[in-house]
Design a protein around this ligand. Structure first.
Ligand SMILES: [Zn+2]
Length: 232
C-alpha cells in the first residue's frame, strides 16, 4: 500500500507577491496568457522537480485556467505522473464535459481522473460552481469513460470503493494543509503508519505547501519514507 499524491493546481501564478495573486485572479475570472517569465505555474514546477528527484509518480489536477505549459508537460512525462481534471463548472453534465474536452484538447489525450475545485462553500472564480455533489461527478465521470474520482472529504480513514466496472472512488483525502485536517487525530505519524496498510490520498496545493516551510518539510519527509503510486 502507498501514498497516492494528489496535487490540485488552483492558481496560475501563485499567491505572492501581490502582482502574481492578481494575475492568478485574472487568469481564473477573465483571461491572462500563460507567461513563463511571470512565473506561470512556478510553484507546481518546484513540486514536480522534487517528485521527479525522488521518483514519486503522482496525480496532477488542472483547472481550465491552469493548463500545463510545454515545460510542465515534459516534467509530467519524465516523472510518470497522471493528469486529471480539477472540475470547476459542475452545474451540469454539459459543463463538466466541456471542461474535460478543454483539458483533453490541450494535452492531446484522454483524461480519466477527476477532482472537484472547492468543497461546497465558497465560490472561487467566475466559472466556479460552488456546490459539492460527488454523486453527480461520479455518474458523469463513469458516463464519459473515466476511471477515478478523488473527493474532498477531510476524514482520511474513509476507505475507497470500486464498482463492477472498475471505477474507483476515494471520497476523502489527508489534506496536508492543516486548515482542512483534524490535526490532533490525523497527524503526519498517523499517515506514515496508515499508508503502510492502506492506499491513502495525500492532497496538496503547491502554493500553500511552498509558503509554509514546515509543511514543505513534512511533504519531503513523507516522500522519502513512503512509496507513492498511480492507479492506472
Ligand atoms: Zn481547487
Amino acid at each position: 500500500m502507498a501514498l497516492i499524491v494528489r496535487i490540485d493546481v488552483d492558481r496560475a501564478y501563485g499567491r505572492r507577491p501581490f502582482l502574481r495573486h492578481v494575475l492568478s485572479r485574472l487568469s481564473s475570472d477573465i483571461y491572462f496568457p500563460r507567461v513563463e517569465s511571470f512565473g506561470y505555474l512556478r510553484e507546481l514546477k518546484v513540486i514536480l522537480q522534487l517528485l521527479n528527484a525522488v521518483r514519486a509518480p503522482s496525480y496532477i489536477f488542472f483547472r481550465r485556467c491552469t493548463l500545463p505549459s510545454d515545460s510542465i508537460l515534459g516534467m509530467i512525462h519524465m516523472g510518470g505522473h497522471k493528469i486529471g481534471l480539477h472540475l470547476e463548472n459542475s452545474r451540469s453534465f454539459e459543463s463538466f464535459a466541456k471542461e474535460k474536452a478543454i483539458l483533453e484538447r490541450h494535452i492531446g489525450k484522454p483524461v480519466v481522473a477527476v477532482s472537484k475545485h472547492g468543497s461546497g462553500k465558497a465560490k472561487y472564480g467566475f466559472h466556479h460552481y460552488a456546490p459539492y455533489d460527488p454523486d453527480n461527478y461520479i455518474r458523469w465521470a463513469q458516463q464519459s469513460g473515466m476511471k477515478l474520482f478523488l473527493g474532498n472529504l477531510e476524514d482520511p480513514s474513509i476507505r475507497p470503493s470500486e464498482n463492477e466496472t472498475g471505477f474507483r472512488v476515494f471520497p476523502s483525502a489527508f489534506w496536508l494543509e492543516p486548515a482542512w485536517r483534524d490535526t490532533r487525530r490525523f497527524t503526519i505519524d498517523w499517515l506514515r503508519s496508515e499508508a503502510l496498510l492502506f492506499d491513502i490520498i495525500l492532497l496538496i496545493h503547491p502554493e500553500n505547501v511552498l509558503a509554509d516551510e514546515s509543511l514543505y518539510e513534512d511533504f519531503k519527509c513523507l516522500l522519502h519514507l513512503l512509496d507513492t503510486r498511480v492507479l492506472e
